[in-house]
Write a protein that binds this ligand. Structure first.
Ligand SMILES: Nc1ncnc2c1ncn2[C@@H]1O[C@H](COP(=O)(O)OP(=O)(O)OP(=O)(O)O)[C@@H](O)[C@H]1O
Length: 329
């Protein structure tokens, strides 16, 4: 188990990581979602022992992870960090890239383990190609295979989905599922896009300005975000002042200036409800997103599978009271 306690990292003019505490458990996936500059990479480097914390500490199974100023070779054998650039050896095959991580093991075991990893990471068919001749998704999976080859306790990934197309994102998502189950690795990845994090993570954290502002199950963070930032980072959302609730035929709030959030899928089109006019229709494949003006001040985005929606069409919406979630800021 990896625990970070009250980690902080200061640069001259910015606090990149502020007082972050978290625990990574074996066989579990944690995702941290944050905008650019929120401190994701800095935090990963601190967790991997690749950067010195100014305050706080990281422990693996109780032992303190030293920073680079304490050791000759920075990093820890049981903690691996997969960078966005993959950092593969360009002139040797995918198979040899993975086998290199096992160079100190006996050949029989090395061959057995490399075959196992090629299968787990769906790389068997392209194992003899060099990195230049494989796709970005295959490079990403090779980097993951190499990182977990000698069964580290902790796998950290920097934006593992960001450069990949949809089929490859699904493959990497399934791979993370499989590897934590088969290898009982503790896994943490950081991302600026919560789409994949919601489905793959057991725990989801929201990073803002270096601070871990919320940590919980993906369902809880999605449905009960603490702040407007957490709501927006986890998916499409309507954020309104509570004073507009009566316009939506919902009970008044005691604090009209406070913010509330409503997820688009919680707003239903009905025959008899709050009237509105469709402002825009966005085709999304499995459904449409539509923007509806309820008044001069209230606009809602909602989802529908109706194929006939048109701009300027009159519609009626209904929102259940329990769908309204009060934000803290
Ligand atoms: N070596 C450094 N010196 C000074 N400031 C730094 C350094 N590294 C990072 N920062 C600052 O710390 C903050 C956090 O940076 P970090 O790279 O960790 O964010 P990030 O969430 O990973 O961003 P991105 O998603 O764009 O990679 C930013 O304001 C950044 O400018």
């Amino acid at each position: 188990m990896l625990t970070a306690s009250k980690l902080s990292k200061f640069y001259t003019d910015v606090t990149a990581v502020r007082n972050v505490s978290l625990t990574l458990e074996p066989g579990r996936v944690m995702a941290l979602v944050g905008a650019s500059g929120s401190g994701k990479s800095t935090l990963l480097n601190l967790l991997a022992g690749l950067s010195d914390a100014d305050m706080g500490e990281v422990r693996l199974n109780g032992d303190r992870i030293p920073g680079p100023s304490d050791v000759l070779v920075p990093g820890h054998n049981d903690i691996r960090l997969v960078h966005q650039e993959y950092q593969l050896m360009p002139n040797v095959s995918i198979r040899e890239n993975i086998a290199y991580a096992l160079r100190f093991f006996e050949k029989d075991y090395r061959d057995y383990r490399v075959n196992e990893l090629l299968k787990l990471c769906r790389l068997t068919d392209i194992q003899d190609r060099i990195p230049r001749h494989v796709s970005g998704g295959e490079k990403q999976r090779t980097a993951i295979a190499r990182a977990i080859a000698d069964k580290p306790a902790v796998l950290l990934l920097d934006e593992p989905f960001s450069h990949l197309d949809l089929p490859n994102r699904l493959l990497v998502r399934d791979l993370l599922f499989d590897l934590v189950r088969h290898e009982h690795t503790s896994c943490l990845f950081v991302t600026h896009d919560a789409t994949d994090a919601l489905s793959v993570a057991d725990t989801l954290g929201i990073l803002r300005d270096g601070k871990l502002i919320q940590l919980g199950s993906p369902i809880d963070v999605y449905r009960q975000p603490l702040t407007a930032y957490a709501a927006r980072m986890t998916g499409p959302v309507n954020i309104l002042k509570a004073k507009h609730l009566p316009t939506l035929r919902l009970p008044e709030s005691s604090d009209p200036e406070s913010l509330i959030c409503l997820r688009p899928e919680q707003i239903k089109l009905v025959d008899d409800g709050v009237p509105g006019i469709v402002q825009a229709v966005y085709f999304k494949g499995s459904h449409y997103e539509i923007d509806v003006a309820i008044s001069r001040y209230v606009f809602l985005r909602l989802l529908t599978t109706h194929d006939t929606m048109q701009v300027n069409q009159e519609v009626n919406v209904v929102i259940q009271e329990k769908a309204v979630w009060q934000l803290k800021s």
